[in-house]
Design a protein. Structure first.
Lengths: 231, 119
């Protein structure tokens, strides 16, 4: 029988961790369907997935996280899944929290559930979390909603959101999309999760990129949103 | 406007015209894109053939010298073009990404169906 949830696993050069992540889903969480989106990796990611027979959407070129995520969402939309959740291929997101997220989405009739590290836990004062606080402040200012972990990539979307995300441009899996969807009337909830350190590979965010990311997010949330067409 | 500048503008427009003709002949450009450059070349020719018109506008806008007005017009046209190109590139990227996504998703679904038939 087909599952009602699709795990979207975007993978760009993740040969070191992809097998562990997908194998753990296949062996221990077989109640969920998954799809790997190979975003034009230049390492062995694609070969590994083919060899092990993983379900994979394969891009010939690199589109970036937004493109990889949207491909997974399109797949979910076509195949008729009720929920889709993003699980990073670096092993940071533990699939054991999916049940909690799903449960809370159903009970509270939420459109989006964010797997947050800071519902019950205190947010540390590291430079990275300073960025997170700033984005949270921007979201609170424009939507009056308190999102404790806006940069968490582990987000669960329901059918209504899947259909929006699949067919529009400018709906990447980032905090500005979250903020805009709240302004469009989406109900967003948060569930406590604990994230692992990355298994392998290097973080995508260098210092210069972090600054660029922060500026882009803040500008998008504070300014650009007011001109966007609501869905 | 000095005679030299006027001659230069005319030469530049004529060269632009030839270049456009070349591109059109080799079918390397769409007509919509050619129209802008034709207009651009005409504007340059107009300004060099009728410097009185340029001087009239210069006085009207309070610009210091006619040549500054010529620069202003050129910069303005170039900025408009730049903006148009930015929009175009954005759209192209969105379309290209969408196509790659659709193609890959379709392939994945086809592969799955094939596998189902086999088993």
């Amino acid at each position: 029988m087909r599952s009602e949830v699709l795990l979207i696993i975007p993978a760009y050069n993740e040969e070191a961790s992809i097998v562990d992540v997908v194998d753990s889903v296949v062996s221990r969480y077989s109640e969920y369907d998954y799809v790997v989106v190979n975003d034009g990796s230049r390492d062995q990611t694609k070969e590994l997935c083919c060899k092990r027979g993983y379900r994979m959407i394969d891009y010939p070129v690199n589109l970036g996280l937004a493109g990889a995520f949207q491909g997974g969402i399109k797949y979910a939309a076509i195949k008729g899944y009720d929920y889709a959740i993003q699980i990073d291929a670096d092993g940071q997101h533990n699939p054991r929290y999916i049940a909690n997220l799903l449960d809370s989405a159903k009970r509270g009739q939420y459109d989006i559930i964010v797997g947050s590290r800071f519902v019950n836990e205190k947010k540390p004062w590291t430079p990275r979390m300073l960025g997170s606080r700033l984005i949270a402040a921007c979201i609170r200012l424009t939507t009056q909603m308190k999102i404790s972990d806006p940069t968490s990539g582990m987000r669960l979307y329901n059918r209504r959101m899947i259909e929006i995300l699949a067919n529009q441009i400018n709906y990447g899996p980032e905090p500005d999309t979250l903020a805009f969807l709240i302004r469009c009337g989406a109900r967003v909830g948060e569930v406590q999760v604990f994230m692992e350190e990355r298994m392998a590979g290097e973080s995508y965010l260098t210092f210069a990129k972090s600054i660029k990311y922060m500026v882009r997010m803040c500008m998008s949330i504070l300014v650009v949103q007011w001109f966007r067409k609501k869905v | 406007m000095s005679l030299v500048l006027r001659i230069m503008l005319i030469v530049a427009s004529v060269l632009t015209g030839f270049y456009i003709r070349q591109k059109l002949k080799k079918s390397q450009m769409q007509i919509e894109d050619v129209l802008f450059w034709l207009f651009f070349a005409f504007a340059l020719i107009f300004m060099s053939v009728f410097p009185e018109a340029v001087e009239w506008f210069t006085d009207l806008l309070g610009v210091q010298s006619p040549v500054n007005f010529v620069f202003l017009v050129v910069i303005f046209l170039v900025i408009i073009r730049c903006f148009g190109l930015s929009v175009k590139v954005s759209l192209l990227e969105a379309k290209l990404n969408g196509m790659i996504e659709d193609m890959a998703v379709e392939r994945a679904i086809l592969a799955e169906e094939k596998e189902k038939e086999k088993s």
